[in-house]
Design a protein around this ligand. Structure first.
Ligand SMILES: Nc1ncnc2c1ncn2[C@@H]1O[C@H](COP(=O)(O)OP(=O)(O)OP(=O)(O)O)[C@@H](O)[C@H]1O
Length: 675
């Protein structure tokens, strides 16, 4: 149980404070009323890096990096394509032209495998096709990022790929571009109008939020190319239809003499979800070239006979190490090995992540054929664009410490739309408790996790399942008939539950992304893949147990060449992570506090010990096939590059060991995805 949990459990009072109790540092000892808390005296030092140490005195961090910068956009052109404009390229997305690509020159890149295709320096060097090139231009992607420079030619050459590149370094486009190009180029046959959809490409990701994000990106990239992208994830898309039918369902409930508002809301949500499920089926029937999916829902759709994987030419696993860890592996194996998907060698398979422990690489190789391993920066490392800070904070002090940080941040004048803060906690209950505490203390916060509102939903279901049944047949007739046909187990608690859950998660994320609520408390559900451009600060209120989770969490900031700040609260309870954390920080050129080094010296490898997981006690981009050449069966060469400009002169190199202290070496760390 996390500390946030324990507090949440303590007393209902603590979960539901009735008054603001936070007193900013400068007002402590002054006995002022809480209403004064909004005044921000000039004496507060709100400079970047401000924080309080355990004794309450102030310390200062490294200046200049990872702060709440004013990122004003400049010089955006009007969008020439009306259709493209409909896809709502947001202000943030348009900003990416500003990435500092010069920072790439020194990035270590290594490939291993046979006959590695040459990397490119520009998109123009690759024949991506006019439509895709136009969309890249509209996205303001001026140059490929390092992972794109290497991965796109590899996939376009028809090779399987296991790619490891740092968070926020453009992996999504690295697999989307060659897939879209391949479908356009080969004009692969597509059946439309059939009950069963036959996608040509499948992109799997672990969460519905990430699947939606990939779907949005892929839609932008394939705009007006004729390539059709559809997403399917746990639950159905919760769309505008719900708002339309709310009033009708409510009216109906009242007319039945039942005035319980919860029932009408529950039924409305249920029905809207159902309608949206039907529209999703229709969408699939109209044909799908690229299917983006979460594994659970995909299995469900395959078993219903709605999707067949027989025509799959491209398979991409985003966050591949997560997809192959204990939680997802059985489902992934089922999809990839036990359904009708073509085998490795016939289909092309791409695995992408920022972290790739050896044991997962080993598992993953089952899905690949004669693949190339690509490491951009160090496997599992974080970018040094993220300033990492670790503070020693006892559990009981975490809330006030957090509020001091947030207060200082606000005093800095940057806590607004342009600067979002993501706070990670261990458990769902902890997230709720902390969200509530922050909100009550004047720090607008929302929370995202797995099972909000569950009790309420169960209550709704128990009382109103019958009403729902009646309503279904009498009011919505055909629609619901079709729905029941498609989804026989419709009236189930689980469905209603997940409807609420989706709704809440979607709302929370939307409010956070838009800046309407600038603080989001999250569990690991938000740790991977989410690309929210203005996250300036990630706070690990509860540290994760595994260092890879830490890497993904802090990777929500410092994306696409921007800087970011990550603060972690550490205490004795996190001892097992100390060594891996200290090593990771050193690797990313961060200052490691002496007390953390002492913890690290004392602790044995644990918490995702990097040495063991990333290649036998050493760091580095590491293809596991090096340890056991016979296992992969097809490991031949290692080709080191440096990031920029290198075109491909070394592409056919085949070095046995890598320079830069990278690969086999251990030496000083120069790796960053972005500088
Ligand atoms: N060539 C490019 N030029 C400019 N911006 C880019 C380019 N490629 C990607 N981006 C932007 O960089 C951001 C990060 O990309 P993306 O989400 O694909 O990162 P990622 O490597 O998948 O991160 P994570 O490991 O966290 O999933 C996105 O906002 C994307 O639009």
């Amino acid at each position: 149980m996390s500390w946030a949990d324990a507090v949440g459990d303590g007393a209902s009072e603590s979960r539901r404070p009735t008054r603001v109790s936070y007193v900013p540092p400068h007002l402590r000892n002054k006995n002022l009323s809480s209403s004064d808390s909004s005044s921000i005296p000039s004496s507060i030092d709100s400079s970047p890096g401000f924080h309080l140490n355990r004794s309450g005195s102030r310390e200062f961090g490294k200046p200049g990096r990872g702060r709440w910068r004013d990122r004003r956009r400049g010089g955006n052109e009007p969008n020439p394509s009306e259709k493209f404009a409909e896809l709502e390229i947001s202000e943030e997305e348009e900003n990416h032209g500003a990435i500092n690509f010069d920072a790439y020159e020194d990035i270590p890149v290594e490939t291993s495998g046979s006959d590695v295709p040459r990397p490119v320096n520009t998109f123009a060097e690759i024949d991506l096709g006019a439509g895709l090139n136009e969309n890249i231009r509209r996205c303001k992607y001026v140059k490929p990022t390092p992972v794109q420079r290497h991965a796109i030619p590899i996939v376009m050459a028809g090779r399987d790929l296991m790619a490891c590149a740092q968070t926020g370094s453009g992996k999504t486009a690295a697999f989307c571009f060659p897939i879209i190009n391949g479908i356009m180029r080969n004009q692969l046959p597509q059946r439309r109008g059939a009950r069963t959809a036959y996608p040509l490409a499948l992109i799997l990701s672990p969460t519905r939020e990430l699947s939606c994000q990939i779907h949005e990106e892929a839609k932008k990239f394939s705009n007006q190319t004729g390539v059709k992208v559809v997403v399917t994830y746990g639950g159905a898309p919760f769309n505008h239809q719900c708002y339309l039918i709310f009033p009708f369902v409510e009216l109906f409930c009242y007319s039945l003499g039942d005035d319980h508002i919860l029932s009408s809301v529950s039924i409305s949500l249920h029905l809207s979800k159902s309608i949206s499920f039907i529209s999703h089926l229709r969408d699939l029937e109209r044909g799908v070239d690229i299917l983006v999916a979460t594994p659970g829902r995909l299995v469900d759709m395959i078993e219903r006979g709605r999707i067949s994987l027989r025509m799959i030419k491209y398979l991409a696993l985003d966050e591949a190490d997560r997809m192959l860890d204990m939680g997802f592996e059985p489902q992934i194996r089922k999809i990839v090995e036990q359904m009708d998907m073509p085998p490795p060698g016939v289909r092309q398979t791409m695995l992408f992540s920022a972290t790739f422990p050896n044991e997962i690489q080993r598992l993953a190789s089952d899905f690949l054929s004669n693949y190339i391993f690509l490491a951009v920066g160090r496997v599992g490392s974080s970018t040094d664009l993220i300033t990492q800070r670790v503070e020693f904070v006892q559990d009981g002090d975490k809330r006030s410490y957090l509020m001091d940080l947030l207060y200082a941040q606000r005093a800095d004048g940057t806590h607004g739309k342009q600067s979002l803060t993501l706070v990670f906690v261990e458990t769902k209950r902890g997230a709720d408790a902390l969200e509530h505490c922050l909100s009550m203390n004047g720090f607008p916060a929302t929370a995202i996790h797995g099972d909000k509102m569950q009790m309420l939903i169960q209550y709704c279901f128990c009382n109103y399942a019958a009403a729902l049944d009646g309503l279904a047949t009498s009011v919505l007739g055909e629609t619901v008939g079709a729905l029941l046909d498609a989804q026989p187990g419709l009236i189930q608690t689980g469905i209603i539950q997940s409807t609420y859950l989706e709704w809440e998660r979607e709302q929370a994320l939307r409010a956070f992304k838009s800046g309407a609520i600038p603080i989001m408390v999250a569990t690991d559900v938000a740790a991977r893949g989410l690309d929210v451009p203005h996250v300036a600060h990630v706070i690990n209120f509860d540290l994760p147990k595994d260092i890879d989770d830490y890497v993904h969490r802090i990777g929500r900031t410092g994306r696409a060449g921007n800087s970011g700040l990550a603060t972690a609260f550490f205490n004795e309870g996190n001892q097992s992570l100390a060594k891996a954390l200290a090593e990771l920080m050193l690797e990313a050129n961060q200052e490691v506090p002496p007390w953390l080094s002492r913890y690290a010296e004392r602790s044995s490898y644990g918490g995702g010990s990097r040495g063991r997981r990333y290649g036998g006690g050493r760091f580095g981009g590491h293809d596991y096939r090096r340890d056991a050449p016979s296992r992969g069966g097809n490991y031949y060469h290692s080709n080191p590059y440096s990031g920029g400009g290198g075109g491909g002169s070394s592409a056919s190199g085949g070095y046995a060991t890598a320079p830069h202290g990278y690969g086999y070496g251990h030496g000083p760390v120069a790796a960053s995805g972005w500088d």
